[in-house]
Design a protein around this ligand. Structure first.
Ligand code: BMA
Length: 342
């Protein structure tokens, strides 16, 4: 990064001190871990191109498990588990892919499986993994259940293309399972929520949050990031907004809060993004200017968010924040009840 030029600066500002191009950013809600990137291809036990967009969960034994999207050297993705006692380093990575595409049985997985989100489901005593299947018709949403991240019960595709960025809520709402996802329709790429009695048959589809329009940083395309966090005030959701520019897309993160009983009702939506590509590993990669979280763990204090995110479609990074701070930030930075595309 180059320092800001000094020659034309106003005399009142000591521009020589402004070596950080983001120096006028407001205090960030999330702090990057100094060990970033925490996982990259050099760590892998077998040849790969990149590791990014991992789902995250804290296991019963206290380990953090990241179910990473791993892109092989054909360009196709599979999922591979990495476990660590502190969620930062000392990763123990499965020696072979943990969950691979099975196109013979599931033709929608012909070009790989991507971007998982894990939800712990106490009623089933299992973890649900919602992931993207890359089919001939585009991306769709598939679901698998597991107890141990070794064997998986595959449900196949549950939302047909074009659809992705899906996560299950951890318990039924009004008797039905609820899943957030991002279908692309002629109306745009918005976040929807759908309901199911059995995790196989989905209906009662409702728009949950719309991409904005015009000049907004999250105009035209948004999608859920990590599974929403259940708080006393509502479901706290981190979502990505995509800005299209002449030199490509910029993926940044926004915050929104949804009603606990009726999650399709947006209570608050932040106006500005709260985290975006700034570090070198986020600004440059196979795809530049991408931060893309698919999972988080919550600290033992019940407040700390350990947000795991893919950076530049090339490596995994960690940033920490606070549920309380996110809720306060929404109080201060939201337009009232704005779920729409104004
Ligand atoms: C999205 C998804 C992500 C990817 C991002 C940036 O559409 O495909 O997997 O990280 O684009 O390339």
């Amino acid at each position: 990064m180059k320092p800001v030029a000094t020659s034309t600066a106003s005399p009142a500002v000591d521009a020589t001190k402004r070596t950080d191009p983001n120096a006028n950013s407001e205090a960030s809600l999330f702090t990057r871990h100094p060990a970033n990137p925490i996982l990259s291809r050099k760590d892998w036990p077998y040849p790969i191109n990149s590791v990014f967009n991992a789902a995250a969960v804290r296991l019963a034994d206290g380990d953090t498990l990241l179910l990473c999207r791993v892109e092989d050297r054909r360009g196709l993705s599979h999922l591979c588990a990495a476990r660590s006692a502190n969620g930062i380093d000392g990763w123990r990575i499965d020696e072979t892919p943990t969950l691979e595409a099975k196109p013979d049985e599931f033709p929608e997985e012909i070009w790989g499986i991507e971007d998982p989100r894990i939800t712990c489901i106490p009623e089933l005593d299992q973890y649900a993994v919602a992931y993207t299947s890359f089919s001939r018709g585009g991306p769709g949403v598939s679901l698998a259940l597991t107890k141990d991240f070794k064997t998986f019960e595959r449900y196949g595709v549950i939302m047909q293309p074009e659809d992705k960025d899906a996560a299950l809520l951890p318990h039924r709402i009004g008797g039905n399972w609820a899943m957030i996802h991002r279908p692309v329709t002629t109306l745009g790429a918005h976040m929807w929520i759908s309901y199911s009695p059995d995790l196989r048959h989905w209906g009662s589809h409702k728009v949950m949050l719309e991409a904005r329009r015009g000049g907004w940083s999250n105009a035209n395309k948004i999608g859920l990031c990590s599974p929403p966090i259940e708080t006393a005030k509502g479901w706290l959701a981190i979502y990505h907004g995509v800005r299209s520019t002449a030199s490509g897309s910029i993926y940044r993160l926004g915050l929104a809060l949804f009603d606990l009983e009726r999650p399709e009702v947006c209570l608050q939506r932040g106006d500005s993004w709260m985290f975006g590509p700034e570090a070198p590993y986020e600004r440059g990669g196979d795809v530049n200017d991408v931060v893309f979280p698919c999972g988080q763990t919550i600290g033992t204090d019940g407040d700390t968010i350990n947000l795991y995110y893919g950076a530049g479609d090339s490596c995994m990074a960690l940033a920490t924040g606070s549920i309380r701070a996110c809720l306060l930030w929404l109080d201060a930075n939201s337009s009232a009840n704005d779920r729409s595309s104004s």
